[in-house]
Design a protein around this ligand. Structure first.
Ligand code: PMV
Length: 330
């Protein structure tokens, strides 16, 4: 049995059957404020550092039923070809939880993420799938167990099980049972968010391969791990006092440190496009002119902005194409 299957078996009950004809669940997209970049155990998606995120008002709704002959997956109303990467990724995950080897699933999944927003949907996708499976089989798993199971699909999915601020503790166990995300209660109604869709160019390298290359070849990687600890401490402090400048500085510096660490890999990993850099310079200039506006970027060229609601008009004036999206704290 491979290590992922062993890990899944430690989470789900020993024996189970569908308890309803079909089950549906929703999970939100999460935006990393302190990034996850680097794995200590690749197949189990166990991270080398903690990470921290917030969910937005967009996500994935997934329905699970039993199928007869083969697994079927429908994404946004279109049946997927069994040779497509997403079909393979999903059914490989389903292999971990089939009640018996011949059991087949029909999965219907719908993303309400703004079209082409450039947001990864794998985190909300795997979280919604795990929540739907939990209902379908009446597993009654705890949020910690659901988070661990979602992590086996995609690392950052463990932070999409619950809405709000989420702290993924790296854990130390080899089986990963202590590596899950926990909700961090915090109030910040003034916090606002928007996405700049800057380039729809296809990524040249996926996050898993890029993480592996960064850990293996970037001389900056050890420094990255120590920065994460400092950044987490600062972020938690900023949430306690709703200190926006400390919040913004922390998340932007964390994102830039992650990108600098991957830029120093070999061959280099540069997700930015010229538009990314132009947007960053516009943000630095706006800030120098007195507008409290901060950026974060993930494994792609797009820029995500954080600001406070009372500055929305100025931000929209600066970036006419910004896609404003609500944050969900509860
Ligand atoms: O969970 P993955 O393999 O899609 O990796 C996510 C990596 C980042 O989005 C760049 C950072 C993060 O913490 O979400």
């Amino acid at each position: 049995m491979d290590s992922r299957r062993t890990a899944a078996r430690l989470i789900v009950p020993l024996s189970y059957q569908p308890s309803v004809a079909s089950a549906t669940a929703y999970a939100p997209v999460n935006i990393a404020l302190i990034k996850y970049w680097g794995k200590r155990t690749i197949p189990l998606h166990l991270p080398l550092t903690d990470s921290f995120s917030i969910t937005i008002d967009a996500g994935t709704t997934t329905t699970v039923t039993q199928s007869t002959l083969s697994d079927t997956v429908s994404l946004n109303g279109t049946p997927l070809d069994p040779s497509s990467p997403f079909y393979l990724r999903l059914t490989t995950f389903l292999d971990l939880v089939r009640p018996h080897p011949a059991f087949r699933f029909a999965i219907t999944t719908q993303n309400d993420i703004p079209t082409a927003a450039g947001l990864a949907s794998s985190a909300s996708g795997f979280a919604a799938l795990v929540l739907a499976l939990n209902r379908f089989f009446s597993w009654n798993l705890s949020t910690q167990q659901l988070s661990c199971l979602a992590r086996l699909g995609s690392g950052s999915a463990c932070r999409s099980i619950q809405a709000g601020f989420s702290h993924w503790k790296r854990g130390t166990r080899a089986d990963g049972l202590d590596s899950y995300a926990e909700k961090v209660p915090a109030e910040w109604p003034e916090l606002a968010f928007g996405i700049l869709l800057l380039s729809s160019k296809q990524k040249t390298i996926g996050s898993s391969d890029a993480m592996r290359r960064t850990v293996d070849t970037s001389p900056l990687f050890p420094l990255w791990a120590s920065c994460v600890e400092r950044d987490l401490e600062q972020l938690l402090k900023s949430l306690e006092g709703n200190d926006f400048d400390l919040f913004g500085r922390t998340i932007e510096q964390n994102a830039l440190t992650m990108h600098a660490t991957m830029h120093a890999s070999w061959p280099p990993i540069v997700y930015w496009q010229p538009e990314t850099l132009s947007a960053l310079h516009a943000i630095f200039k706006a800030r120098a002119d007195g507008l409290p506006l901060y950026a974060t970027m993930d494994a792609g060229p797009n820029v995500k902005l954080f600001f406070q609601k009372n500055h929305t008009e100025e931000v929209v004036k600066l970036f006419l194409d910004i896609q404003l999206t609500k944050l969900t704290l509860h």
